[in-house]
Design a protein around this ligand. Structure first.
Ligand code: F6P
Length: 323
């Protein structure tokens, strides 16, 4: 398998750490004497030829920047055969033999489609949702979690002063990994995630009553966006108990900010590894990390895997709440 010219792109929702990852891809490619091109605006850039040559200087001073210098998008056109054929033509025209795609599972499905046309592809998990099953860590999760934690700590100050209940909605699409982690970190009164069956009376009202019985006068309810809307939950709390909860939807604030050290280092290692995999003759793989070690899995197998909230997190939460 020949690797002479690599294209790198970021696709789907941006995640802090994408820039350090692009930087690592570029620097590793150049280190091996391979040319590197940045494809802008995700898969759309490959369709329209929105592509720039990247050199050492192009990625200088990007390791500490949130967002993605390559821009990002969710491409509907690339999901069609016609869109994919256009992308393949661009690859052939520019001599791009390999594509490294940083993003979530939608991004990987795009990469898999491209590999069917003979383009080498490697996926790198980058999403604050942390919902890629074949890896226990996705670039952006740590920064997003810390951003949410910092915001909720601030909220707690005013909730405590006013002896209020707060309902905070955390991103994650259909997954509760971010909400669960953040909920544990902020000492939430209750955490609602889509992976766990929710009994509103038991999981929210009882927890508040118990906390109140034990002398607490403010309550922090963390809800994953996939488990319900914070507004609805606040309304239900108001109806069930004599509280008038305040709602905070953290929203896109969680996707911004300077990447943490953990995100920068993981992103750098993953970007490096993606290029090394190509050089080792591997294609159609996803870079993964488990317990600090880095590995890779087949794209199809990786996309078929399932993961859930760790039972330990559920157990720890049960012990920490309702006291
Ligand atoms: O996948 C990342 C994510 O931020 C999700 O947590 C969220 O549901 C979604 O993207 C929001 O998408 P958009 O940026 O299109 O509003």
């Amino acid at each position: 398998m020949s690797v002479k010219r690599i294209g790198v792109l970021t696709s789907g929702g941006d995640a802090p750490g994408m820039n350090p990852c692009v930087r690592a891809v570029v620097r590793t490619a150049l280190y091996h004497g391979i040319e590197c091109y940045g494809i802008r605006r995700g898969w759309n850039g490959l369709i329209t030829g929105d592509i720039i040559k990247l050199d050492e200087k192009s990625v200088s001073h990007t390791i500490n920047r949130g967002g993605t210098i390559l821009y990002t998008a969710r491409s509907k056109e690339f999901m069609t055969e016609e869109g994919q054929r256009k992308a393949v033509s661009t690859c052939k025209f520019l001599g791009l033999d390999s594509i490294i795609a940083i993003g979530g599972d939608g991004t990987f499905r795009g990469a898999r489609a491209l590999s069917k046309y003979g383009i080498n592809v490697i996926g790198i998990p980058g999403t604050i949702d942390n919902d890629i099953s074949c890896t226990n860590y996705c670039i952006g999760f740590d920064t997003a979690a810390n951003t949410a934690i910092e915001c909720i700590d601030k909220l707690r100050d005013t909730m405590q002063s006013h002896e209020r209940c707060s309902v905070v909605e955390v991103m994650g699409r259909n997954a509760g990994y971010l909400a669960m982690y953040v909920g544990l970190a902020v000492g939430a009164t209750a955490v609602l995630v889509p992976e766990e069956e929710i009994d509103f009376e038991r999981d929210v009202i009882e927890k508040i009553r118990q906390a109140r019985f034990n002398g607490f006068t403010h309550y922090m309810i963390v809800v994953a966006e996939g488990a319900g809307s914070a507004n609805d939950i606040a309304a239900k709390i108001k109806e069930a108990i004599d509280l008038d909860p305040r709602v905070t939807v953290l929203g896109h604030i969680q996707r911004g900010g300077v990447p943490t050290g953990r995100d920068r280092v993981n992103a750098t290692k993953m970007g490096y590894m993606a290029v090394e995999l190509l050089l080792a003759g591997k294609t159609n793989r996803i870079v993964c990390t488990h317990e600090g070690g880095f590995t890779d899995v087949d794209m199809d197998e990786g996309l078929d895997m399932k993961k859930g909230i760790q039972q330990m997190e559920v157990d720890v939460l049960a012990a920490m709440t309702g006291i």
